[in-house]
Design a binder for this molecule. Structure first.
Ligand code: PGA
Length: 319
């Protein structure tokens, strides 16, 4: 039997997604190239690996067995790659990190300092929302994540490294801009721009407001913080975002934080990896850097003057 690693890699992706189209997209191949690899693999094995029912494909018994085996082989290849990265040390290895859309402004600042200290390290830096981050980790496309509270149920190792306040933002010209102690109910007639489904910010805001029996009037959804901030500036509605997305707008006074009762929502930022994952030397070094030095890179002067109080006074809260 003449099976190649490439065939197994393509098979593993088609089997995981149960779609030739998605596998082709994710592997940057054409669909005929994916079909050819699977056909050659089926010929080498002498058994079909997929069956088609209507528009869907399913794994045959042989496909299921090969999928389990393929995952073990993929894990072992990954371990071998990590071991090689480890041997390369912290100077020339590769860092694969995925970060929440919400923390990417701050994370790039951290990354810039890390790269100044380790100039030869190669970096893959992906920005996506909470749902995408967990998918990246599952697909082994990231060694480390920087994200909000991860789910309890997954096999994850997570450590909190920074307080993450979510605040309500408005244009500087908004009638509530100068008001103090605004009751949550006074926002009942305001419209809000909300993050998309799958965003950790959105999950947290919804949970927080449901606990208080408050319903937001949401008139539109946007899938980046940058778009929400611009939408708020243009008067499309109010927004709820992490304070770590706001340093530039607060400094230039283009946006203001409203002083609303029960706000800010206090969350934490976490650094996360898979529990069984053997981290490369570079990933271990980056994780250590984030956990020990991240707070030094926050512009606390801007944040605390916009909030009107010190974050040290806020108790940590689990969301
Ligand atoms: P997101 O990030 O809102 O950009 O998804 C934060 C999180 O992971 O909680």
């Amino acid at each position: 039997m003449n099976i190649t690693l490439r065939q197994l890699k393509v098979f593993e992706r088609v089997a995981r997604r149960l779609s030739f189209t998605r596998a082709a997209e994710e592997l940057f191949l054409t669909q005929p190239a994916v079909s050819m690899q699977i056909k050659q693999l089926e010929e080498a094995i002498g058994l079909p690996l997929f069956e088609r029912l209507g528009k869907k494909i399913y794994l045959t018994r042989a496909g299921e067995e090969l999928y389990l085996l393929g995952r073990t082989i993929a894990q072992q290849i990954d371990d071998a790659e990590q071991l090689i990265e480890e041997l390369k040390g912290t100077e020339t290895g590769r860092l694969n990190v995925s970060v929440a859309n919400t923390i990417h402004y701050f994370a790039i600042r951290l990354l810039a300092e890390f790269c100044r200290r380790h100039p030869k390290v190669k970096v893959s830096f992906k920005v996506t929302n909470r749902k995408g981050l967990l998918q990246n980790l599952e697909d082994n496309e990231a060694d480390l994540l920087l994200m909000g509270q991860p789910p309890d149920s997954q096999d994850l190792h997570a450590e909190a490294f920074l307080t993450n306040p979510l605040v309500i933002i408005a244009p500087a010209s908004h009638p509530f801009a100068e008001k103090k102690d605004i009751a949550l109910n006074s926002l009942a007639n305001e419209t809000f721009i909300m993050r998309e489904m799958g965003s950790g910010t959105r999950n947290s805001v919804e949970k927080f407001l449901t606990e208080r029996g408050f319903h937001l009037k949401v008139n539109m959804e946007m899938n980046t913080n940058g778009a929400i901030k611009q939408g708020v500036e243009e008067g499309l509605g109010l927004g709820i975002v992490s304070i770590h997305t706001l340093e530039r707008e607060l400094e230039s006074k283009r946006l203001v934080i409203l002083d609303v009762d029960s706000f800010p929502i206090i969350r934490q930022w976490f650094i996360v990896h898979r529990s069984g994952k053997r981290l490369s030397a570079v990933a271990t070094e980056f994780a250590h850097f984030v956990k020990t030095e991240a707070p030094l890179f926050v512009r606390n002067d801007i944040i605390e003057s916009a909030l009107g109080f010190s974050l040290k006074e806020m108790p940590p809260r689990r969301d």
